[in-house]
Ligand binder design. Sequence first.
Ligand code: GRG
Length: 287
Amino acid sequence: MKSYQNFYELYLPKVKQIIDQGILDLKAPDELKTSMKYSIDAGGKRLRPIMTLAIYQAFGGKIDDSIIKIACSVELIHTYSLIHDDLPAMDNDDFRRGLPTSHKKFGEAQAILAGDGLLTLAFMWISNSNSINNDIKVNLINNLSKSAGPEGMVGGQVADMLGVNKVYTHDELKTVHNLKTGALLSYASMAGGILANVSDSIVEKLSEFGLKYGLAFQIQDDLLDVHDVTDLTKNTYPHLLGVENTKNELQKLLSQTDEILNSIVIDTDFDKELVGGLLSYFERKNK
Ligand code: GRG
């Protein structure tokens, strides 16, 4: 856990700097760059690129600026999804991460375009890279587009919109969370292994690790958000399962993520302590 904290503190400033510089360097209108940078700089945890980098290093990968830029592409997509999710046509939120949302600050058209710019830039950063071969690029782009697109996050957002007036079954809720939250985390986890050139079966385990991590992340969020358990129209774990069962479900998922990491250690030379530190997110919040 200590090694992960040190890793996070070491790479967080690098991640921020490389994303900012990458946006500033674009040959694009200043208004667009300003709005893209505004949301990127609004103070997110940068969990997804840090996850990719930690997993890459855990397999012995050597991190440099070019690898960091590739790892940051998922953060661009994460931020685009938040900008679009806040729009009047979706959640219509005025604040995000304590600051006015993009459309409140720059207007709706500019916010839509800032999101579009971030989404497409992600694929440019991977495909432009000089430090990985074309097979790895295609593998990353294929998995990122699957995770972010209709078979992943965008599909989850639509399923969630369609489910707004019904109470989900446990399975339906799990599916929506897996698509909306889990898919991008699953990609972030896989990307670390793909960059480190591990076998397909290990990439599959990493995908499962990220998916379970994402579901745990969302359940944790639901638990922290319990205010009114009588409102059954809310599709959250505590409303569907009750608070105690939800806590048990969270613990079950966390031990499954740990088992996945153990199974990776058996097959490869893998720094489990570093990647296991990603689970410290849950320990801190559960205190
Ligand atoms: C608009 C295509 C489209 C998708 C929107 C991401 C999303 C789908 C909706 C936002 C609301 C929501 C339930 C998101 C789930 C993902 C999630 C837990 C986001 C917050 O992630 P953190 O905690 O955020 O990593 P920071 O602010 O740290 O980056």
